[in-house]
Design a protein around this ligand. Sequence first.
Ligand code: FAD
Length: 227
Amino acid sequence: MITVGEHDALGEYNPEAYVDIVADRVREGGYAAVIFAATGLGKDLAPRVAAKLDVPLATDVTAVEAVGGSITVTAPAVDSSTWRVRVVERKAASEGAVDVTEASIVVSGGRGMKEPENWTLLEGLRDAIGSDVALGASRAVVDAGWRPHGEQVGQTGKTVAPKLYFAVGISGAIQHLAGMRTAKTIVAINRDADAPIFSVADYGIVGDLFEVVPRLAEEIAALKAGD
Ligand code: FAD
């Protein structure tokens, strides 16, 4: 059987609303297991529902089989006046940009970039390297609104496994490492020699990214010009 919760206020994902509705439904249904898709929404909602219900969470399940089923439509009670989070705007990903999960090389920036305008540095590095390069980001900068969520790498973002991953001004929190530690080669640029990102890096540059990144882009461009 399939149950659909329908309400005008639920058109956009809102964790505060969804977690209560799903948790209530699970309690009412007395289910033994609740399955979420491994999408951005599922990865965000599942741990919230598990915490609300005080039950264990299993992640990265690769196969589930459903047999038969009918659909029941319900109208859940929703009081949107108490919501602290709402979707105010949707922005499409920039046309022609390579998706961070598909690129061979990812150039990611973190809070060390200081402000969104400084992404021109990472774009310069990306352009010097050439094609099949995507820009990535830490959650800190996505939460700050500096970069779109589609670029977020990590536990609640995308999981990437490129040939080469640049972590620029990213500390290397465990939730970020969860999304990129399987990259074949990791290059970290950070002015803090003790930053955790260096524990997974194949190459580490301890220095000011505002000096290192332009020089790196120049050197790569010069090497490519000499090809
Ligand atoms: P910071 O930790 O602030 O690090 C900035 C780094 O920049 C520092 O290491 C600093 O030394 C360096 N720096 C500063 N200035 C310079 C300079 N001039 N030159 C060189 N280096 C410089 N995070 C993710 O990334 N992805 C996720 O999917 C994710 N999911 C999460 C899920 C949960 C449930 C929670 C609780 C957290 C999650 N986080 C995630 C957040 C994570 O814990 C960190 O807060 C986040 O990754 C930190 O981002 P950052 O490295 O950009 O910033």
